[in-house]
Design a protein around this ligand. Structure first.
Ligand SMILES: *Cc1c(COP(=O)(O)O)cnc(C)c1O
Length: 385
């Protein structure tokens, strides 16, 4: 065996050691060791498993309280939360929404649901999230103020929003991004699907922008089976978010009155029951995730393969632990070796600039995203209990 494959084998062995008594090591599995079963059974016994029930309100209150957001509105998944947040931010047909080429496809799907096009501004190497400098350069040099709004000089489309994403749970430089966007009059919607509990300068991700969104999919830090949340400090937007995610029904004792196009995006009560139990344990889960990250950090100290640490001024939830290889070939060797041995590892997503249905998107810069995407691997990140 070469020195490199020796190193790969020792990494695989180390990952395995973190999850004793397991044949297959998943990337991220949920943990239900608290009140999950109790609340779900209680929900079933109450018969209120669907669109009405106390757990939804309770779950929203818990998430708002935890993150420090003034309002939290539960949705059926994180993509739906993004869709509605973008609509509420004012994203309209034939406009452009700035985002990063390195993200999960849901970010771009939500932009397309609004019949808008993404505009890709590169990521920083250290956060793997939107680069404030490149964002500023793009806005300064490639756009102009018009009667319709800030316009991309090349595509002649109005820029209607900006969606930075906190990659793998690591906060982007969100305060800078928000301040640049406000200078240019662009609303920010934070895609915090991966970063529940992560903080930047002692403030929770998802609470910096006009709106922020979370996901509670099965692979995320905590899960409701499927679910999402819209965060905002704006009273009016919060009211509107609740209204249009619940079919835009006007409250009335018995009549069906719908005063605008609404969506059936509400989170069922049975999912929210799971969410309440998970929220009770969120601090403990993040603590365990940070301890695991600390072990990885120590292990990779003397390796040619580097471990991604939380950025400056940030506390990360370390949703998915991430390592970086020297080149794509090394990465692929490791991916094959680890998955052959039932130790699940995964590369980064396909870049959004490569996706066919996003052919009309405007690409400002993609270099660092490309470089990162070709060398990054996510490794086992579950908590044990
Ligand atoms: C998980 C995720 C979402 C939302 O996903 P859902 O499965 O719809 O809850 C959105 N953006 C990013 C970056 C994600 O990782």
């Amino acid at each position: 065996m070469s020195n490199f494959t020796d190193q790969c084998q020792s990494i695989i062995n180390f990952i395995r050691e973190q999850f004793p008594n397991k044949d297959f090591i998943p990337l991220h599995e949920p943990s239900f060791s608290g009140n999950e079963k109790k609340y779900i059974l209680n929900c079933i016994d109450s018969t209120f498993v669907s669109s009405v029930g106390k757990y939804v309100d309770q779950f929203e209150d818990m998430v708002a309280h935890y993150t420090g957001a003034k309002h939290a509105i539960a949705t059926v998944n994180g993509t739906a939360a993004l869709h509605i947040a973008l609509l509420l931010a004012g994203v309209k047909e034939n406009t452009e929404v700035i985002t990063q080429p390195l993200t999960f496809v849901a970010t771009c799907n939500a932009i397309k649901y609004c019949r808008a096009e993404p505009t890709f501004v590169d990521v920083s190497m250290n956060t793997m999230g939107m680069c404030p400098q490149k964002l500023h350069d793009f806005l300064k040099n490639k756009t102009e103020e018009t009667a319709d709004g800030l316009m991309n000089k090349e595509t002649r489309r109005v820029i209607s929003g900006c969606v930075p994403m906190h990659t793998f749970g690591h906060p982007v430089q969100i305060d800078e991004i928000v301040s640049i966007c406000s200078e240019f009059g662009i609303p920010v919607v934070e895609d915090a699907a991966e970063s529940l509990g992560s903080q930047y300068k002692e403030q929770h991700t998802g609470t910096f922008g006009l709106l922020g969104t979370l996901s509670f999919n099965g692979n995320k830090t905590i899960t409701t089976g499927g679910g999402g949340m819209i965060l905002t400090n704006d009273n009016e937007l919060a009211k509107r978010a609740k209204h249009i995610t619940t079919t835009a029904k006007v409250p009335h004792q018995w009549a069906y009155i719908h005063d605008e196009l609404g969506y059936n995006y509400r989170l069922p009560n049975i999912n929210a029951a799971l969410g309440c139990a998970q929220m009770e344990r969120l601090d403990q889960i993040i603590e365990a995730k940070r301890q695991l990250a600390e072990k990885y950090k120590t292990f990779f100290k003397n390796m040619d393969i580097s471990f991604m640490e939380e950025p400056e001024d940030a506390i990360s939830n370390y949703w998915l632990n991430t390592i970086k290889f020297k080149n794509e070939e090394d990465r692929d060797t490791f991916l094959t070796m680890s998955n052959d041995q039932n130790v699940m590892t995964r590369p980064c997503w396909e870049l959004m600039t490569e996706i066919m249905f996003l052919n009309d998107a405007y690409i400002d810069s993609v270099e660092c995203a490309k470089k990162s995407a070709s060398v990054v691997v996510n490794i086992g990140s579950s908590v044990s209990k």
